[in-house]
Design a protein around this ligand. Structure first.
Ligand code: DGJ
Length: 755
């Protein structure tokens, strides 16, 4: 028996090489010492289990089904979901056995897939080589320990070293077997405009799969999941976090078998996946991300956030403050001209906005969503001149300029479709399904990828562009490529994603100064693959502050706030018809990357003043808000509390949010949990304004009034453990000098600083 230990700063991962050639998974959790004689860690098996399959009698009576294993296949008595399935010489019978392993410092990056980059931080690699004799197939398991952030990433390389072709039916990037000591699975489910809704369900016997089959990573199920031990809370207890650096069909399977073993598998969804490997060909799986926290889900989120901020986001955007933008989509939709755009830009500049983004409708003959995708040339008639003229006018106002594109799509009504119907995903001549009146381009083809790079390079070089919103507005159907042989059609889903990465890699590297924001009808492609190229993603088309709270709360479990775009929009809200105050819309959006998306020309002077104040506040605290550490403080009885604090805990901002106003409300206090016990802090609420007319009929006064400011001074340990009492909320509309007026969907921000 020999052991392999892999450490991060606070965690340890242990494997054991079994005499029969299989690898037992021994331990993953808090950091422990290395001990090569640790026989107590091995799940001994001397007896033959009734009704079981003995793996290899020459080595004893081991039954794979009863053990925690490292990377499993079907066909040799492990009846759980396998990590790998190769269809070859013996059908589905595979038998991968240990050959060798090596450990070294550093990490190689993928060339055609996005991957985590150590960027000069300590990262150790473990490579384990397995061999399946019948198919002459080699599997290399890669493990990378990102020491400081306590993350281990894993992927797998399969190489056909035989003469015959083999078909990969399944290659998962990560397998983790644990004992079932009582766990729940936390996942993030949704749909358009209701992304990232957290679900917690007990893990019970059987198989449960979180996945995407829509072609992109999908808002139906995000690829980030948590396995938490019973009793684990936000602040205490053991939990494991999993994610995948991939933008296509993914699967996160959790199985409990009859021997009380949990198996987690993370990787490309085996659904509709077949990958043929000829002699000497290799397949590399996307990289999976794994972390462990003994400090509850907040602890886990912090590790994930740090990892994304340091090793996923491109270096040039790490810690780089993002501009406050105005996007014209909800202000005008397709209905704009140069005059309207310039008027909006002028207003934007006046309230302090820094970047003007022109959304859908500026190209081809696009006046609605039925045409022109693919025709990426400027509609000069609509823009009243060239794009460069418009951009210059906007730049002269002191604003940067950004533009919307949806490159992966093609409208039937377009010049591109007339020229290249065979570029569409789907067999030429067949009836193809449409989504938002559009088809998907076949990005498995190099000629299509090259065309996109060429046409977008031309666009992005034509004028001064600082930002690109990269949209993608439909799920896949007719997933067939006209260039690939029939037996290779099972590769199309994955090859598409490789094509997507090929295009975005070339463009983002070709225009390193441009800030790209990912988008897919809102958050239909919110994943680590996109974030490796584009440092932020439009989280949802839902800009209702109340709904956004839930979406951003869900995101906060796995992604730092600098990765999600969040906009203040108009009311009644376009997605829900709900009214929330301008202050709350800001307080929610400020906990993501702030933008505005409303018709500034229709605002009252009071609203404009409010926006100006908000923007001033945001600029003052931008670094903290965008890159500080995010903590979920509390969520109960319709109240939600979050805190963002800098690394040294010298300053922070707390967001307080209330869904509905309670009559005769209870007293309330805030505990900060995470501040420095030995620092003395000052806390002050953000200056907020209400219009009395919004608060009921008691007042005929249409004037605005300032909500009473709250101030506190206290030691960190007081704030962390005892908390600070908030001023009373108004009762029966009694505004006083100290009363907190919150109301339905009301909120406040509190700035904390060491004194
Ligand atoms: C979907 C996006 O999520 C919206 O923000 C907007 O850009 C539209 N597409 C434009 O068609």
């Amino acid at each position: 028996m020999s052991f392999i230990y892999l450490h991060t700063k606070n965690t340890t991962y242990v494997l054991c090489l079994m005499p029969a050639g299989k690898i037992e998974h021994i331990y993953y959790g808090r950091r422990i010492k290395e001990d090569d004689k640790a026989l107590h860690l091995i799940e001994s098996q001397k007896l033959e289990y009734p009704h079981s399959v003995v793996y290899n009698k020459s080595y004893g009576r081991e039954t794979l089904d009863t053990l925690s294993l490292e990377y499993s296949e079907a066909g040799k008595g492990d009846f759980r979901e396998p990590a790998i399935m190769v269809y070859g010489k013996l059908g589905y019978v595979n038998d991968f056995v240990y050959q060798s392993h090596r450990v070294y410092e550093g990490k190689a990056l993928f060339c055609n897939l996005p991957s985590a980059n150590p960027y000069n931080e300590k990262c150790t690699t473990l490579e384990i080589t397995l061999w399946d004799a019948s198919n002459q197939t080699e599997v290399i398991l890669y493990y990378h320990s990102f020491y400081e952030t306590d993350v281990i990433t894993r992927y797998v390389k399969v190489t056909n070293k035989g003469e015959r072709s083999i078909t990969l039916k399944r290659v998962m990037s990560l397998q983790l077997d644990l004992e079932d000591t009582g766990y729940s699975l936390v996942s993030f489910q949704g749909e358009w405009a209701r992304e990232m809704q957290m679900r917690i369900q007990p893990v019970i016997s059987g198989v449960y799969t979180i996945d995407s089959k829509v072609g992109v990573s999908s808002s139906k199920h995000n690829s980030f999941v948590i396995l938490k031990e019973n009793g684990c809370t936000e602040t205490h207890g053991d939990c494991y976090g999993f994610n995948l650096i991939y933008s296509g069909n993914h699967a996160e399977m959790v199985e409990v078998n009859s021997y009380d073993k949990i198996r987690v598998l993370v990787g490309i969804n085996p659904h509709c996946f077949d990958y043929v490997l000829e002699k000497e060909e290799s397949f590399i799986s996307p990289e999976a991300v794994l972390t462990f926290s003994p400090d509850g889900m907040n602890g886990l989120s912090q590790k994930m956030h740090q990892f994304i901020k340091k090793h996923i986001i491109p270096k040039r955007f790490q810690g780089k403050e993002r501009p406050i933008l105005l996007n014209n989509w909800e202000a005008t939709y397709f209905n704009f001209n140069k005059e309207v755009l310039l008027k909006l830009a002028k207003e934007a500049k006046e309230v302090g906005i820094e970047l003007f983004v022109l959304d859908d409708g500026w190209f081809g003959n696009r006046e609605d969503d039925t045409s022109s995708l693919g025709d990426w040339y400027v509609n000069e008639k609509k823009l009243g001149g060239s794009l460069d003229d418009l951009v210059k006018a906007i730049n002269e106002m002191g604003l940067q300029f950004g533009i919307w594109v949806e490159p992966e799509m093609i409208s039937k009504k377009s010049a591109l479709y007339n020229k290249h119907p065979e570029w569409v995903l789907g067999k030429v001549g067949e009836r193809l399904c449409e989504g938002r009146n559009q088809y998907i381009l076949d990005l498995t083809r190099q000629d299509v990828c090259d065309y996109l790079v060429e046409v977008l390079t031309k666009l992005l070089s034509s004028t001064s562009i600082s930002y690109v919103k990269w949209d993608m507005n439909r799920n896949f159907s007719d997933t067939y490529s006209n260039l690939l042989a029939p037996e290779k059609q099972g590769e199309v889903w994955h090859r598409y994603i490789l094509g997507f990465y090929n295009v975005v890699k070339r463009l983002t590297e070709g225009f390193p100064h441009i800030l790209f924001e990912g988008c897919a009808a809102g958050g239909n492609r919110f994943d680590l693959g996109v974030l490796c190229y584009m440092p932020q993603i439009w989280a949802s088309d839902n800009t209702d502050a109340h709904e956004r709270m839930g979406i951003q709360r869900g995101l906060s479990y796995g992604y730092p706030q600098c990765t999600y775009g969040a906009h203040v929009s108009t009311c009644p809200n376009h997605q829900t018809g709900r009214y929330t105050s301008m202050e709350t819309r800001f307080n929610v959006a400020a906990f993501g990357v702030l933008g505005y998306e409303l018709n500034l020309l229709e605002l009252t002077e009071i609203e404009k003043k409010t926006i100006k104040n908000e923007i001033d506040y945001y600029k003052k605290h931008r670094k903290l808000l965008q890159f500080g550490q995010f903590y979920r403080l509390e969520q109960r009885k319709g109240k939600e509390l979050y805190m963002i604090a800098d690394e040294s805990l010298t300053e922070g901002i707390i967001a307080y949010y209330q869904a509905l106003q309670a009559p005769n409300p209870n007293k309330e206090k805030i505990k900060t949990y995470y501040l420095d016990n030995n620092k003395y802090y000052h806390i002050v609420s953000r200056e907020q304004w209400i219009q009395e007319k919004d608060f009921g009929e008691h007042s005929k006064n249409l004037e605005e009034r300032r909500v009473a400011i709250e101030r506190f001074e206290a030691w960190g340990d007081h704030l962390n453990y005892a908390g600070f009492n908030l001023s009373e909320q108004t009762i029966h509309y009694q505004p006083g000098d100290t009363t907190r007026i919150i109301g339905d969907f009301g909120s406040r921000l509190y700035y904390i600083s060491e004194i």
